[in-house]
Every structure is written in C-alpha cells, then in structure tokens.
Design a protein around this ligand. Structure first.
Ligand code: PSU
Ligand code: MN
Length: 311
C-alpha cells in the first residue's frame, strides 16, 4: 500500500444532509457519541441525543452526531444508529485518537470521545462541536499522569468545543494550566468564572468573557484566519435552575474517586466509572443536570455556527 496520499473518502461517510449543508456554507454542529454510550444510562442517553439534535435544528443549524460504524468514520448518525449505541452502552468501544486505527481496521463500532469527534469533525469541515463536558487533567495526575487526550486534541485540531466547563472529577486549575500551555483559548460565555459542569462557578477564572455568539464567532474566525491551529473551549454555565449544590457534589465526587482507587480502576475506564457512580449516588439528580446542560450547549453551539456561517 502507498502512504503518500491521504484519501479521506476511503474512511469517511458524511450524510448527504450534512454534505449539502457544508457545500452551501450552512451552519453545522458536531455532536459526540461517547456521551451516548458511556456518559448516560439507557434510555435517557438515546432520548437526550435525539433532543440535542432537535435543539440544534431549532436553533438554525444542522446536527451531525459522529461515531465509527462498522469501521467507517460516520458524520450524521440516523436514529437507528443512535439507538444502537445507546442500547449497547459500555459494550461499545470508547474510541479516542489512539483507538481509531483499530476500530477502523477491524470494522467495529466505536463511540467517539471529544478528541476523536473533533478529529472527524475537522476531516468533514465542521467547525463547531457541542457536548457536555471535556476530559482534562485528573485529580492526582501528578502521580497517575491521567490527562485526557481531549486536551492534546484541543491543542492541535481546529474545532470549537462548547461545553459546561470542566467537571470537578478533574483538577480544574491544572486543566486550565495545560490549555494555556498549549495555546488553547478558553472563552466564558457571559461568565468570567470557569464553570464546573454541575455548578455555574469554580475557584478559577476563564481567559476571556464574551457576551454574544457573534463575538465568539469573530474570535474563531480570527484565530483560524491567521492560521493559528488548534481548538477553542467555549465554557457555557449550566442554567441556574438545574445547577447542583457545590458542597454536595464535591462530597459525592471525592468519595467516588476513593472507590475508583480501591477498585483499581484506571485509564479509559476512569471517567465513565466516575460519571456512573455520581449518577447512582445522586439518584438521577446529576443525570437531570447533565441532560439540561447538554441541551443548553447544543443551543449555544448552533447559535455560534449560525454566526460563523455569516462571516
Ligand atoms: N465528561 C462528561 N461526559 C462524558 C465524557 C466526559 O461529562 O461523556 C466523555 C467524553 O466523551 C470525553 C471523555 O471526551 O469522556 C473523556 O474521557 P477520558 O477522560 O478517558 O479522556
Ligand atoms: Mn484518562
């Protein structure tokens, strides 16, 4: 085989609805699939994925849920494919950058993380991606070295990721330091404080506060227009009505981390383990919050994509 030319069509399938939108410079928002298989339980995962797509549409953009299906990098899943990933849950392989060649070579299904969703979105030419939370530098990373591949992808790949900040299963301060080192802008949408997923605030500030979708689109356009490669984090706080009590969630998280250590869970299992423990212990309160913040991010992502398409 020859290695001198990359032919993406050998690997990539873009739904005609999305191809059409991209060809006509219409707004498109990428959506990930690990959040479906590993981030939430069935059936709420499937319900949420479909509601998120609808929220993107209602706000003027085309949703593109991304996964690897039968070894094909697939941009724009249909309802059946979303349901399949949601039902199989943890049996689907959580697929980040390092896993992609195996899933493709072996013609398997893979649920894409923030990192691999960014990669595939960029291949397709999609600039805006909405999700719940990104991976980051884990607490105790100074000994475990557990730093999500999402951060390295943000350093390199030209996609804006709209999220509800960094979950406090992570070390928020170290995550922000890592992003700074790699030149990744962190924008607070209508906030100067870095949101912490389940809560609107944390002890840390974002780099830049922007008040409008149009101003965010202008920053993206300037960054990529100058040839500054890499992603952007748009941190969008959870709506106050759904925000959780910071002390209560902190207690749940620190206990879940101790259990994780006792059970010897590490690597790619860590984040899904912590998310499901938190959902269990809070008896669904965290799941309800999670669903609402993803919808909120989908609406903002669509709005940014609409503004970007005008530039
Ligand atoms: N945070 C969430 N929900 C999620 C994830 C993170 O609140 O579903 C998923 C995303 O797909 C993210 C991945 O990219 O976990 C990060 O995993 P890791 O920490 O193993 O890199
Ligand atoms: Mn990790």
């Amino acid at each position: 085989m020859q290695h001198n030319a990359i032919n993406l069509t050998d690997y990539l399938d873009i739904h005609p609805r999305i191809q059409h939108a991209l060809a006509h410079n219409k707004p498109v928002v990428a959506l990930e699939s690990t959040i479906i298989s590993h981030g939430m339980p069935y059936p709420q995962n499937v319900e949420t994925a479909l509601l998120v797509e609808q929220a993107v549409k209602d706000n003027g953009a085309e949703p593109a849920t991304i996964a690897i299906i039968n070894g094909r990098l697939t941009v724009g899943l249909d309802q059946e494919q979303i349901t399949h990933l949601g039902k199989r849950g943890f049996e689907v392989i959580k697929t980040s950058r390092r896993d992609m060649p195996f899933i493709v070579a072996q013609q398997q299904d893979g649920a894409t993380t923030v990192a691999s969703t960014m990669i595939i979105a960029a291949m397709a030419g999609i600039k805006v991606f909405a999700t719940g939370g990104i991976g980051g530098v884990h607490r105790n990373a100074e000994t475990t070295m557990d730093i999500s591949a999402d951060l390295q992808e943000l350093a390199n790949t030209c996609v804006a990721v709209v999220c509800a900040g960094v979950k406090s299963i992570l070390d928020i301060g170290l995550t922000l330091e890592y992003l700074e080192t790699h030149g990744v802008p962190v924008i607070g949408y209508k906030t100067k404080v870095m949101p912490a997923f389940y809560t609107q605030t944390s002890d840390f500030e974002v780099d830049y506060l922007l008040e409008s979708k149009a101003s965010i689109a202008k920053v993206l356009s300037a960054k990529w227009g100058m040839g500054l490669a890499g992603g952007v984090v748009v941190a969008n706080p959870i709506p106050q009505a759904y925000a959780m009590d910071p002390d209560a969630i902190e207690k749940v998280i620190s206990e879940a981390i101790i259990q994780m250590q006792h059970q010897g869970i590490y690597g790619k299992q860590s984040t899904p383990f912590l998310l499901s423990k938190i959902a269990q212990v809070t008896q669904g309160e965290s799941l309800a919050a999670n669903i609402q913040l993803v919808l909120n991010n989908a609406r903002l992502g669509a709005g940014i994509a609409v503004e970007l398409a005008k530039l």
